[in-house]
Design a protein around this ligand. Structure first.
Ligand code: TTP
Ligand code: MG
Length: 347
């Protein structure tokens, strides 16, 4: 069966988060990076890219190219929080997700109930309405082409590359667009007069091993639209959690209980989506004066139901005997493992 793979990549990620957090920056050239003169650009808004600013460029150079740009420091923790929310949305579409970086992932939806275009639109829509950000989405029958597709009409892009579109779509591209060809390989090929994929396509197979060593065959296949690399599920996300700043500071147990009920419901849903259970429950809270506390409890059995998660978390909370008003509360579950028939309850 032909595979169906989606590649997603947030647009100008760090810079877009900064603009979302400060609407007055909208439409301006925003440059996020090291703040010292010796720092480099992490990323910049598309407005700043129009001035030739790009990732990894020294800040002093960015200032020369775009003197009226808004230069901001990196707030990694904030981007990480948003990234987690993006991955929560992706998990609603499929639980076969391979994260590539903080803002990028492959999603395999071959046996999902979603049609690819439907899934792509769903992701874009949720990211836009829930997080206020744009994400570019590519769809194809393998990883290489899905990634190429997400890059096709960035920002806020959506693109599907079908078998029928091959090889017309690949042939006119510069060889630098071929995954696996680094700067050095591209240079070597340019030196022998090979610039476009259609020129590379004409070379005999033996030359591929000569130029790219053990990756030769893969690259030979890739420019023919063949890429059998699987989407590898990552076990990197070792916890699933929710937290929120309270509407008003309080230590009223009934109000706090409602928060835990809502978190437990959401967490249980996310666990069921990913067919996971966990056995460490952690409550996090911040008191009115911003002091942070966490309390964990590891159980003997794995749980995933709303009732179990709520009961365990509420017990931890009551044992805390909180006297001061809280400004934030959070709940997470960790020590995760995949559900098996063996663990499922019979009654
Ligand atoms: P990218 O996805 O490469 O870039 P981007 O999201 O900013 O822009 P695009 O619309 O082209 O996808 O990287 C994601 C984030 O990773 C980026 O926002 C900042 C960070 N990053 C660095 O810190 N240094 C780098 O050199 C690059 C490339 C990215
Ligand atoms: Mg990106």
């Amino acid at each position: 069966m032909e595979r169906r793979i989606i590649h997603v990549d947030m647009d100008a990620f760090f810079a877009s988060v900064e603009v979302m957090d400060n609407k007055t920056l909208k439409g301006k050239p925003v440059i996020v990076g090291g703040t010292s003169e010796r720092g480099v650009v992490s990323t910049c808004s598309y407005e700043a890219r129009a001035y030739g600013v790009h990732s990894a460029m020294p800040i002093f150079m960015a200032k020369e190219r775009c003197p009226h740009g808004v230069f901001l420091p990196v707030r990694y923790g904030r981007y990480k929080d948003i990234s987690k929310k993006v991955f929560d949305i992706l998990e609603e579409v499929s639980n076969i997700i391979e994260p590539l970086s903080i803002d990028e992932a492959y999603i395999e939806i071959t046996s999902s109930k979603f049609e690819p275009i439907e899934a792509a639109k769903y992701i874009k829509n949720r990211v836009k309405t829930e997080l206020g950000l744009t994400i570019s989405v590519g769809i194809s029958y393998n990883k290489f082409l899905a990634k190429l597709a997400s890059d096709w009409n960035k920002p806020d892009g959506i693109m599907e590359i079908t078998k029928e579109m091959m090889p017309e779509i690949l042939f006119p591209l510069p060889i630098s667009k071929v995954y696996g060809l680094g700067v050095k390989s591209v240079q070597k090929l340019n030196n022998i007069g090979v610039f476009k994929v259609h020129e590379l396509y004409k070379l005999p197979k033996e030359l591929f091993s000569y130029y790219f060593g053990k990756f030769g065959n893969e690259i030979y296949d890739r420019i023919r639209g063949i890429d059998n690399r699987p989407v590898k599920i990552s076990h990197e996300r070792k916890s699933i959690g929710k937290e929120t700043t309270l509407k008003h500071n309080t230590n009223n147990i009934n109000e706090l209980r409602t928060y835990l009920e809502n978190f437990s419901r959401e967490i249980s849903y996310l666990l069921s989506q990913r067919e996971l259970s966990g056995r460490t429950i952690t409550i996090k809270y911040k008191t009115w004066d911003f002091k942070s506390h966490t309390r964990s409890k590891t159980l003997n059995t794995y749980i995933n139901s709303y009732e179990d998660i709520f009961n365990e978390s509420f017990n931890i909370l009551t044992e805390e005997n909180i006297e001061e008003d809280l400004r934030l509360i959070g709940l997470s579950i960790s020590s995760l493992k995949e559900n098996t028939m063996y663990q499922m309850r019979l009654f």
